[in-house]
Write a protein that binds this ligand. Sequence first.
Ligand code: B12
Ligand code: SF4
Length: 512
Amino acid sequence: MPTTRRPRVLIVNCYFPETREPLQLKNEMPMPLAPIHLAGWFAADRCEIRLHNEVSHGFLEVFRPDWLSWPDVIVFCGLTPAFDRMLHISAYARTRNPRVITVAGGLAVRSLRRYASGLFDYTTTGDVEDIREIIREALGPEYVAEQMRPRYDLADWLGPWIGYVESSRNCNFRCSFCTLTADGRPYQVHGAEFLRQQIVALGRRRLIHIADNQFAGPDRQSFRDRVAVLKEMREAGHFQYWAGFVTDAFMWDDENLALAQESGCISLLIGVESFDEIWLRKMNKAQNVRQSQVDLIRRCLEAGILFQYGLVFDPTSRSVEEMHRELLAIADEPAIPAPNFIFSAIPFPGTPLFHEVWDRGLILPGTKIRDLEGSTLSLQPLDSVETAAGFLRNGKNLRGHRGPFLRHQIRMLRRYRKHLSATQKAVSWLTLGSIMSPQALSNTRYLLKGRPRRTHISTTDRLDVVYTPRFPIAAQYEGYFQPTQVTNMAGHLNETIAEDLLDTRYRRQAAV
Ligand code: B12
Ligand code: SF4
């Protein structure tokens, strides 16, 4: 690395858009926080730092090709399906600068930790703080920040209205399809002080989005402390509203809803996943069957908090007809809002679900890590493959139910008219718009863009254009553009990553 200038650090949040096209989804919500925290660990006065978020900025080599030769160090983060993007960018950067240092972490690396360790200079399955050790070793101790300060100033995708903070990590539940169950880390709460520091660093915002998987957790005192910080900072004018993720357990106690509402909570996103009790129990999501979900939803909305949720389509145990029946039942019930999103069950590496579907021979041939993003069928369905994929192409965006859901929206908002503010009603309309037309709302430039041709089946779906190198690549990195397979076309597990896919950490943890 040149000694005459400060080291250049590029932090990339890798991402594949659902449509498999090069898009810049500027209005997507929520946005990733890890790049902002990672950047905070590099000494600001000694390093030049740039952030690229592929969710909002699009594929790096397509939208900012000149950045590929800029860095001395590239740090990657991203979701499990984005793993191949880390390889693509590494191939370009290493071709242009053979001395570039590549560092990879986050969910993609946690899912494929053994395999990943051979492909980058540094890999880590740790939390953002682990970047300190890597900076120390790769650059020297003087390049580590004395105190982490989240670099919201570098995150140009945030805009002036919305900010993201983290107040806890991991989750205290163990749903069998969840990647956090495979990870098996304990639920961990940051002190209320760290929450305060992040809000101060953000500057004034309209909405603070708490990125935690599970804002409340089992420790009531820590929840009260963090809500007290939110209340105090809201009163001091730092923000107007906050939103976050919780589970059904949060609504068992009306006091939680009251505390949240008093501190400015505008909406909560809750993993309903399904209204089918048998399926929920099978997925070890017993927290969702203890009390009537419809009652809990009603209580949340009547407490003046918008209830937002997603539904899971598990094609191995629920037919498309059942899914349509579930949607019709929701559209018929004004006490429940429409879902924010619907996604297919995903066999994330190392989860109990992965083990189950693999043992039953249900993973489709030709499934790739890239397919594990919720809009692609990767499991043998009860219906025909085409019927199940048709649901992902249409039902997932409420096609076939739009009239009933528009009428339902009016009835639902009328029902809660005294409980919800005009802003909440507007947000509710936006979320209905975003399930019906996610791409258009994520960037209004794509309003008139047609739907791309896709099969929505992992065996046959086309790959994104970025799997074909745009620029010449050194011969040793050509393999980086081959998709990382989960199964080959004969349906056998990819031996290179089999150990990661069949990781049994969650079993060992359960046995402790
Ligand atoms: C923001 C977000 C999104 C955003 C952007 C995601 C992105 N990174 O590109 C959007 C809206 C696009 C999204 C989409 C989806 N998401 Co999402 N999302 C989140 C969310 C709410 C917050 C992530 C976050 O910023 N967390 C805070 C930061 C600080 O932590 P972190 O990113 O988890 O990273 C931690 C460690 O991994 C580590 N780390 C991360 N990177 C690095 C790098 C280095 C070098 C180091 C040292 C450490 C490190 O440090 C952090 C802790 O300190 C999480 C839930 C959550 N609370 O984590 C779900 C979550 C990540 N999403 C999830 C899922 C299932 C999805 C979808 C499949 C769901 C769907 N609706 O269809 C889609 C996939 C879409 C696609 N095309 O790929 C799962 C994980 C899936 C997985 N294994 O990849 C999560 C965990 C939710 C859950 N509990 O199930 N998501
Ligand atoms: S409650 Fe949510 S975050 Fe926690 S294990 Fe279940 S799906 Fe994952």
